[in-house]
Design a protein around this ligand. Structure first.
Ligand SMILES: O=C(O)CCC(=O)C(=O)O
Ligand SMILES: [Fe+2]
Length: 339
């Protein structure tokens, strides 16, 4: 049974450094226990010891601020429509509908950089291709590429901890899902959330759960992320040197609901310009999403209905199928055009 009565007012902080040390069996087992507790309690935790350098994040933040300060028409020189099926580029304020209503954010979409002659690109696979880079901020490209490489490396180690937490071999996910992961990376800029003028609350990002396996989020000092725990919504404020980790729908699906993907949302009430940097570490686009082997199935998720009423356990297909069904909802116009 899922724990429902436990009171959670803050999210745990897990030092994942032992996951980088293959021979540290005891240390890794300890981290796995902490991951299990966090995934059972709320599905959200902070990580330290992730090896993403402070300077890497400082450079990314500075380059991103320079980009978002550009005039809108300059930013629109790399619109998502130009990214086409690869799903890359800039989208303006109100351009994304995470839960049916326009979000109060603008952003840049990136993913794994694939050349035009990559077999998946020549075959026309959606969400595969090249990134778009703004000519006006040349330092953004190295900053993004350095950050993505470091964070993907952390995610590969963290998913080993998740495997151990489920009693699986450390390389289970790597062998079945993440040798060639789907990696999506976004930079969001949230202007201060304006008061609502139609009685409905305005959100920077509406309530949702993430789609894949693990999300690793860097956020600036301004805060605004909220997480739905069994006891209600709590804040996930920035803690210096940490990344926020949460589990996505596919880990929920694979574990039969034992680890549930947790709803979250954002409201920027700081009065300042907030930046956040979510990296989504997801299964291979072509991977068939089957439940884990029986020895890893610990129980179900209880009977509480999911935030959106969906039945994840009924989903059959590849991760690409799932992702595309989601993407065409949050970007309806673009979805219809390119998919
Ligand atoms: O900006 C944030 O803090 C969270 C963003 C988020 O939840 C998402 O992009 O899925
Ligand atoms: Fe999210």
């Amino acid at each position: 049974m899922r724990q429902t009565a436990k009171s959670i007012s803050t999210l745990p902080v897990i030092d994942m450094a032992p996951l980088f040390r293959r021979e540290d069996t005891a240390g890794r087992a300890g981290v796995a226990k902490e991951i299990e507790a966090a995934c059972r309690a709320s599905g959200f935790f902070y990580v330290t010891g992730h090896s993403v350098g402070d300077q890497t994040l400082t450079d990314l933040d500075a380059a991103s601020r320079r980009f978002f300060a550009l005039p809108e028409e300059t930013k629109l020189r790399i619109p998502m429509s130009q990214g086409g099926r690869a799903w890359r580029g800039f989208f303006p304020l109100g351009g994304e509908l995470t839960s049916g209503r326009p979000d109060g954010k603008e952003g840049l979409y990136f993913g794994s950089e694939l050349p035009a002659d990559h077999p998946r690109v020549t075959a026309g696979w959606p969400l595969h291709g090249a990134n778009l880079w703004p000519a006006e901020v040349p330092e953004l490209r190295p900053a993004v590429e350095t950050y993505m490489a470091a964070t993907v490396r952390a995610a590969h180690h963290l998913i080993e901890g998740v495997a151990l937490s489920l009693g699986l071999a450390a390389d289970y996910f790597n062998r079945h899902y993440t040798a060639d992961p789907t990696v999506l990376f976004r930079i969001f800029h949230y202007p201060p959330t304006p008061p609502s003028d139609d009685g409905e609350e305005n959100w920077g990002v509406g309530e949702h759960s993430d789609y894949g396996l693990l999300t690793l989020l860097a956020q600036d000092q301004h805060g605004g992320l909220q997480v739905k725990t069994p006891d209600g919504w709590i804040a996930a404020p920035p803690l210096p040197g940490t990344l926020v980790c949460n589990i996505g729908d596919m880990l929920d699906r694979l574990t039969g609901g034992w680890y549930r993907s947790t709803p979250h949302r954002v409201k920027n009430v700081s009065g300042q310009e907030r930046l956040s940097f979510p990296l989504f570490f997801d299964p291979d686009f072509a991977a068939d999403m089957k439940p884990l082997p029986p020895e890893a199935m610990k129980g179900d998720g209880g009977d509480a209905p999911r935030w959106d009423g969906a039945d994840l356990q009924a989903f059959e297909g590849t991760y690409g199928d799932y992702l595309l069904s989601k993407v065409s909802k949050v970007f309806p116009a673009l979805g219809g055009e390119v998919l």
